[in-house]
Design a protein around this ligand. Sequence first.
Ligand code: SF4
Ligand code: SF4
Length: 510
Amino acid sequence: MAEVTAPAYRTIPIIPKLIPGAMEGKGPYIANEKIQADLGFPGQLVDDWHDKAIAKMGDLLRKYRSVAVFMDACVHCGACSDKCHYFIGTADPKNMPVARQDLMRSVYRRYFTWAGKLFPKLVGARDLTREVLDEWYNYYHQCSECRRCSVFCPYGIDTAEITMAAREILAEVGMGQKYSNEIIAKVHKIGNNLGLPGPALKDTMEGLEEDVKEDTGIDVRFPIDVKGAEVLLITPSADFFAEPHIDSLIGYAKVFHATGTSWTLSSMSSEAANFGMFIGNYEQLRKVALRIRQAALDLGVKRIVVGECGHAWRVAYSFWNTLSGVGDGSDPDDKFARMLQQQLDHRYRQPTHICEFTWDMIERGALSFNKEANDKYVVSFHDSCNVARGSRMGDLPGGQFEIPRNIIRAVANNFVEMDPGTTRESTFCCGGGGGLLTDDLMELRVKGALPRMEALKQVSDEKGVNFLALICAICKTQFSKVAPYYGFDRKMMGGVHQLVSNAIILGDKQ
Ligand code: SF4
Ligand code: SF4
């Protein structure tokens, strides 16, 4: 027998055997009348829902040209069909991105194309019936708007935008989602997703100052409502109390302390998350963003830094400029946007991601680390889908991939990558994004986490990975919850700034 070495076995992605109807009727709870009313939506399904839904669809097709193009451009090549984590995990054919799109495309053809009006059956056009509306609610709430499918589509068709349009139509006719709408209302009323009032937030930060003092012997501050501070930190409210999120907040505070940066939180605007994007509603998205602008103006800060949160960074990086005037391209006719532009220090990127801030300080030699403090870990990194495919960091293309990795390598000795088909622009959603991080969707969340858990298992078995570094509050909560279903310890999930916090050498600056 010839002395030939066979190539190593490869991990072959397996396309699941279809289970039609596997996730039928497994959508999230519908918002009640009060929750809907809080956002100005009808309390329940309106009598004229059919006409209202078609009219709203027409509005959206005119307003968002991309959605209109996506309705016509698909050639059903199937390249996207096995790219969605929810299809991979559930095997429900309606969770294939193309099938998800077709739920709306079929209705679009019936009401907005000549062929669909004249020969509906011939072109796969459908009437908008109550059953179709329920199907929309179900399957457009099984998409986390992660945009992975669009990376593989030859036409760049973005299912996330179609999902957002569908959710906007549903809310308009009285079928909003309980979880997302409830959270948005809390931000409008109190300033954060948790409904945590200012005094409770202050108490929590004082408690953190005591904990860090006990741990390090150093007075690291967690300031709130400090007028004239240089930096306003806008971070997901989960950072204030949840595990492992809070360890990253401690990391940010230590970075600010070690670099002598004056910073503050705002009790009025204490939330980076913006679920307005998830429900596809521009007015809600803007209203949440304007609260942050108000805080920046009130406090007179020079910089706005955003904490570890995937979709919040997408909103901040991609939309804050036109929504609120933070960043280039803001509306010159908006008086408050002009005021903010004059106030902010344009030597810095506005807004700045906390990873950009920390990496910039590392490059300037302003931070020192004891990397051995992380030697108990073999670290891998999960690219948050919204950061990977909806934003950037730094000045170079791909900075959103390199900067977090650069930080990890600067603070830890052992870093390994997961399978390249599951990282960077090909990363998988954690399974809880897009307004799906709710217990009523637990089955979907567990099943949707499969592709990431498979890649983690591979590096865990082969390379001993025991810490998954994250830069998203949703990923942290989702992975901590689903990890045990896949045999992982939830404590192996943590933030990039948790690793920074472990290794940073603190001076006496305050
Ligand atoms: S969850 Fe992501 S991959 Fe799946 S259909 Fe939605 S945008 Fe596409
Ligand atoms: S990859 Fe694009 S064109 Fe092909 S089926 Fe999917 S959405 Fe349609």
